[in-house]
Design a binder for this molecule. Sequence first.
Ligand code: DX5
Ligand code: ZN
Length: 223
Amino acid sequence: MTLLINPSLLSADFCNLERDIRILEESNIKAIHIDVMDGNFVSNLAFGVDQIKAINRITNMKLDVHLMINNAERYIETFVEAGADCITVHEEACNHLYKTIQHIKSFGIKAGVALNPSTNVDNLRYDFNLVNKVLIMTVEPGFGGQKFISCMKEKIVDTRVIRDKNLYDFEIQVDGGINFENIMGVVNCGATNIVIGSGIFNGGNIKENINKFHSILDPSCIV
Ligand code: DX5
Ligand code: ZN
């Protein structure tokens, strides 16, 4: 099992984004999570294509792009060209999910599907064989700094059981409200890719916060 801490830039200091990115690199971070929001699927607005292009120019860390936009299928190629290494679309926001997953993978990058808290994991029954990543939202999407919805741990377990029983090959990612107290809980349920925004950037020192998250996890598992 490998574990990945995936910092969400939504909580970074936008006036000092490059500085924060360098701190992540120095902290042995391999992938960064970038939230794209359209003010429609979610009520907030965040990161656009040009910002992702600019970030891609200055770092070799993998770019994990989380699209919280309606009809995400319209923009897949645009985000691939911007430098995305993985694109995650929402099950609730895609008209033709299966085709969209295939489309993302046709560019040779990873495809993820995100599920809002109320969405049943069984909705992905016919997509499990295709996806590289299932993102269990542990808050309602749209904003950083929200409280972890603890019953989502049951959904993480359900997803892991389906995967292991059927020998599927996707990664389980969690996003929202992860902190020092609850990270081991989600990992024990089966999450291996942990998105953390405010827990890394808001309060204290970024590098120390990442070190603390890493030290809570089994160091032999961290990639
Ligand atoms: C919320 C975003 C998250 C957000 C997480 O919709 O998808 O990636 O940045 O932030 P925290 O860790 O503060 O909940
Ligand atoms: Zn996200």
